[in-house]
Design a protein around this ligand. Structure first.
Ligand SMILES: Nc1ncnc2c1ncn2[C@@H]1O[C@H](COP(=O)(O)OP(=O)(O)OP(=O)(O)O)[C@@H](O)[C@H]1O
Ligand SMILES: [Mg+2]
Length: 381
């Protein structure tokens, strides 16, 4: 297969997708479904023929979106048919894939290196009130916002919360909620909260986790003003949550963002607890190194404290990648000189020095200042 045929297939998929969306907008649902199907077919062909193509992740997302839209249309049409025959319509919920209810995520606080202050803040805001609401006569924050530069553990620590509460953890795909179809996003928001209230009736706490919450404020492609309606719906739902000692239902909303400046004040006010997840300080960098070194062989030239100093300014995710790159060097050598037999040599300090030569921190100092300024401004709102 030549890349010309890849280009051809991509053009074809785009063509079908455009026609699908246009038919959809015009209310020509039968055509829309048939074009969505064709677009999916072509995209799947691309995935199959070019498994290493760099855009494949995006194509997979598109396929997911088109499938979702097809089932939305089918449900909608099904409903119309039912009501036309006077039957009772019980449309199947097709929004559940936008949010997943999970018991555990596999990550616990134990797996989170250091970040003690942040863990403590989360325990006080969520874990303790969810276990013993009676100990919080003044109530607790119903909204907790985690913000900070990319790759520093916001999503990771939120995943750990799921394992620490004895309740339900609903993980929400904010970008999916805002999917541009039909502008039904505010309905999805209200369904999300009613699902949470329903689960909370069992007497167990429910944490709604909205990752990349700033995308709820993203620009709509097809509907002017859609963001405003979603946001207002969201604020209304947040206001409906009880956070007092006699609440019958325990619902917490945890949101994460690396673009806090996209949130407006009304929204920020609902998140009484704002937790800054900064670039990892030295303690955390050392803890990260120690944690990841447990499963690797590292020789005595590697001084954890010195290496942690060299890693100042790097994000946690940079650090994980740097360790992986240093390890990969030893694996590569094993294959190139030893034919891949035996064990790689231990990682040395000079491996790290070499890896660091070609790697800049992914967040720059000016960016860090912007987060700090934002925190300064909203800390005491
Ligand atoms: N304290 C930690 N202990 C162990 N691993 C960590 C820690 N913090 C971050 N990591 C690692 O770094 C990766 C990136 O962290 P994470 O995805 O949580 O960043 P984020 O703050 O959500 O970034 P973004 O704003 O881009 O979503 C994690 O998948 C995890 O492997
Ligand atoms: Mg994240």
């Amino acid at each position: 297969m030549s890349s010309t045929s890849l280009t051809y297939l991509e053009g074809l998929a785009r063509n079908y997708a455009v026609r699908a969306v246009m038919s959809d907008k015009e209310g020509n649902y039968a055509d829309a479904v048939s074009y969505y199907r064709r677009a999916i077919e072509v995209l799947e062909k691309i995935l199959q023929l070019y498994p290493d193509h760099s855009l494949n992740n995006i194509y997979k997302q598109w396929i997911g979106q088109y499938r979702r839209r097809i089932s939305e249309i089918e449900n909608m049409l099904g409903k119309v048919k039912l009501s036309a025959t006077g039957g009772e319509s019980t449309p199947q919920e097709d929004i559940d894939e936008l949010f997943r209810v999970m018991d555990r995520t596999g990550v616990t606080f134990e797996d989170v290196a250091d970040m003690e202050g942040i863990k403590e803040a989360i325990k006080e805001a969520i874990i303790y009130p969810s276990k013993r609401p009676d100990l919080f006569p003044l109530g607790w924050p119903k909204g907790i916002l985690l913000f900070g530069p990319p790759g520093c553990g916001k999503t990771y620590i939120a995943a750990a919360v799921a394992s620490e509460i004895d309740g339900y953890f609903i993980s929400v795909d904010a970008a999916g909620i805002m999917s541009k179809w039909l502008g039904e996003a505010e309905k999805k928001v209200s369904k999300l909260f009613s699902k949470a209230r329903e689960l909370a009736k069992n007497g167990r706490p429910v944490v709604i986790f909205i990752d990349e919450v700033d995308s709820l404020f993203g620009t709509f492609d097809t509907e002017v003003g859609g963001e405003v309606r979603v946001r207002n719906q969201f604020l209304k739902e947040m206001d409906g949550i009880e956070s007092k000692v006699n609440s019958k239902q325990l619902v917490f909303v945890v949101a994460a963002t690396n673009k806090p400046w996209r949130l407006d004040e009304a929204f920020i006010r609902r998140f009484q607890k704002r937790i800054y997840v900064p670039l990892p300080p030295k303690e955390t960098r050392m803890a990260l190194l120690r944690m990841y070194f447990k499963s690797l062989k590292v020789d005595t030239s590697v001084d954890v404290e010195k290496l942690a100093d060299m890693l100042e300014g790097y994000t946690s995710s940079d650090i994980v990648e740097i360790i992986a790159a240093a390890h990969m060097k030893t694996v590569r050598e094993l294959f190139e000189s030893g034919g891949g037999k035996g064990e790689p040599r231990p990682i040395s300090m000079s491996d790290f020095i070499e890896v660091l030569k070609n790697r800049k921190p992914s967040v720059n100092k000016d960016m860090v200042k912007v987060y700090e300024m934002w925190f300064e401004k909203y800390k005491a709102l």
